[in-house]
Design a protein around this ligand. Structure first.
Ligand code: SAM
Ligand code: SF4
Length: 438
């Protein structure tokens, strides 16, 4: 039997989809890229913004038309399934609605649907870590996410995550190490530890810094990354740990959200711009080449032009390497949804495009400053554009690099001299035309 899967949203969903695929393969399914060939169609959804839900719903509607012809089973998984539960059955043609804590019931639900057409909704909560340790490297053998936490116990006033994913639960250290070991043994060279707020990790007396230390010592030949860091909980000991382990990459994703202290307060973020600035400056000073990326929201309720200009000014000052930028989207049940969404849509769009152009300029300047430097690049793939073939890789600071070279280099870490830049992307060539294998 074959399955087809589409994933929306954050790294957590990408990770969960990888685990769902492992479960399906163990249940003797094989993957197909064509939904019309599939016996089982899965859509792993995101609820963070209304737009994300609308996109998923539109796609589910299209997939429904396919399944009507092929008689496949259609499952809606992830945060939107958790949020809407049986309401999703209003879209006739959906057979299974399953939330992120209930994935162990996916295969029995599929069997029931095939046997007698019965529909299943399972949004049961489970505070335990639901997936076991992966013994295969999966579809992305060079890079992998490893979940270290699920849920979130913060109450940012705009965010739906705590209500759809539940409170923060840390995964036992031993289980994280076991998964990292298995992945590295399977050929993974770049491991990203993921959680909504990795700095809130605790297992007994092991903090996130302790976990980072243990993971980087366990896998000295792999690049280690982590996301998402929270400015409220980011500690000096994390930066200090990064300085002691060469394999921890010099990149921190540290969502700022707004450059205005009054807006940050209404967002209940738990830090001000002063603390944020201190972390960025300390990280850049301590670790040469440190890349800082961020998330920003424009048009939060009550955001004045002056508040927005403070965000623009802080972006210029802190010179982010890149940023994900969003228009505020009121999410049902969140505190901010009850506030007056008073920034008109057109004005949100104007602020967003102004911010995008500032971030693009600042980030291009940081890319241009790398020209002439030699950087370690993990060669990830060979790509083609028309007739031209080129290699594609990532620096330690997470920038994309294009270069010419033999496809045999895929999987190697090579020294590359940067020759030009375009936006956030770089072009370069192998040092002396040769890879230095690591
Ligand atoms: N846990 C991370 C943190 O605290 O920064 C981020 C998690 S969230 C999935 C990713 C990003 O989506 C957030 O950093 C925020 O910028 C954005 N986001 C979340 N809720 C939003 C909303 N209601 N409207 C617009 N953007 C939102
Ligand atoms: Fe949402 Fe805030 Fe938790 Fe991030 S830290 S997931 S923005 S509640």
């Amino acid at each position: 039997m074959r399955y087809y899967i589409e994933t929306y949203g954050c790294q957590m969903n990408v990770y969960d989809s990888g685990k769902l695929e492992e479960t399906l393969k163990e249940g003797s399914f094989s993957w197909t890229k064509d939904p019309s060939e599939a016996d089982f169609i899965l859509v792993n959804t995101c609820s963070v913004r209304q737009h994300a839900e609308e996109r998923a719903l539109a796609r589910i509607n299209e997939l429904k038309r396919i399944k009507e012809k092929t008689k496949a089973v259609l499952a809606v998984c992830g945060c939107m399934a958790q949020r809407l539960g049986p309401e999703i059955f209003r879209m006739r043609g959906v057979d299974i609605v399953i939330g992120p804590d209930a994935y162990s019931t996916l295969l029995p639900a599929f069997e029931r649907s095939r046997a007698n057409g019965s529909r299943t909704v399972d949004t049961t909560r489970d505070s335990r870590f639901r997936f076991g340790v992966s013994n295969r490297s999966g579809a992305r053998p060079l890079k992998a996410f490893v979940s270290i936490m699920k849920g979130c116990s913060n109450m940012c006033s705009f965010c739906i995550v705590p209500s759809v994913r539940g409170p923060a639960v840390s995964r036992p250290l031993e289980e994280v190490l076991e998964e990292v070991r298995a992945l590295v043994a399977g050929g993974v060279r770049d491991v990203t530890l993921i959680g909504q707020n990795v700095n809130a990790y605790w297992d007994g007396d092991v903090s996130f810094a302790g976990l980072l230390e243990a993971v980087s010592s366990e896998a000295p030949a792999a690049r280690i990354r982590f996301t998402t860091s929270h400015p409220k909980d980011m500690s000096e000991s994390v930066i200090e740990t990064m300085t002691r382990h060469e394999n921890i990459c010099e990149h921190i994703h540290l969502p700022l959200q707004s450059g205005s202290d009054t807006v940050l307060e209404r967002m209940h973020r738990g830090y001000g711009t002063g603390r944020y600035r201190k972390i960025v400056n300390a990280a850049r000073k301590t670790i040469p080449g440190m890349s800082i990326t961020t998330d920003l929201i424009v048009g939060f309720p009550g955001e004045t032009l002056e508040d927005f200009e403070k965000t623009c000014a802080l972006v210029e000052e802190l010179e982010f390497d890149s940023a994900f930028m969003f228009k505020f989207s009121p999410r049902p049940g969140t505190e901010a949804a009850a506030l007056n969404d008073d920034v008109p849509r057109g004005e949100k769009e104007r602020r967003l495009s102004q911010l995008i152009s500032i971030v693009s300029r600042v980030s291009s300047q940081r890319s241009a400053a790398l020209i002439g430097k030699s950087m370690e690049v993990l060669i990830e793939t060979e790509r083609t554009k028309g007739e031209v073939r080129f290699l594609h890789g990532k620096t330690r600071c997470n920038r994309t690099v294009q270069l010419n070279g033999s496809p045999e280099l895929v999987g190697e870490i090579a020294d590359v001299v940067i020759s030009s830049s375009s936006g956030i992307s770089l072009r370069g060539s192998l040092t002396h035309g040769q890879p230095s294998r690591r």
